[in-house]
Design a protein around this ligand. Structure first.
Ligand SMILES: [Zn+2]
Ligand SMILES: [Zn+2]
Length: 150
């Protein structure tokens, strides 16, 4: 006679469904995300593009190595351009994940992360002789709402 009767009820909350909406807030605008990846992507969108096309005189910049490979196939594969850079490091200006991690942990402000990234973009442009191509759009993208406009 001990079937299902008299068994202690689980303590309130103990067997409750796990919270399925962990909140990962953006430290800048406080918007929350379900996954860290989404939150980090949100923050990366406020940094300048980090991937650039290594083809001489080409102004292309982007966010993902695979998009550069696609761009290269469309624009340069017919012009003796050789192959697109195979490794992301060959066409990456700075490590945006490192910056985002520092912003999230509070080690760096978003303003400083943006300034750091932009200065690396400008330095790379000088090294490549692409100031003319990139001038007027150092971001390579439309700056997001987090940007502290001058
Ligand atoms: Zn935000
Ligand atoms: Zn290109």
């Amino acid at each position: 006679m001990q079937v299902g009767h008299g068994l202690p009820s689980p303590a309130p909350g103990l067997n409750a469904a796990p919270v399925d909406t962990p909140q990962y807030p953006c430290p800048i605008c406080k918007r929350t995300f379900k996954r860290t990846q989404e939150r980090n992507r949100h923050l990366r969108a406020f940094l300048p593009h980090r991937i650039y096309c290594t083809f001489p005189q080409c102004p292309y910049r982007g966010d993902r190595h695979e998009n550069l490979v696609t761009h290269w196939k469309e624009k340069h594969s017919h012009t003796n351009g050789g192959q697109a850079p195979q490794q992301q490091q060959e066409c990456q200006i700075y490590d945006c994940n490192q910056l985002v991690t520092q912003v999230i942990s509070g080690d760096m402000t978003m303003e400083n992360a943006i300034a750091d990234a932009l200065s690396k973009v400008e330095t790379r442009a000088q090294m490549l002789g692409k100031e003319d191509q990139w001038a007027g759009n150092w971001w390579g993208r439309h700056p997001g709402p987090h940007v502290y406009r001058q």
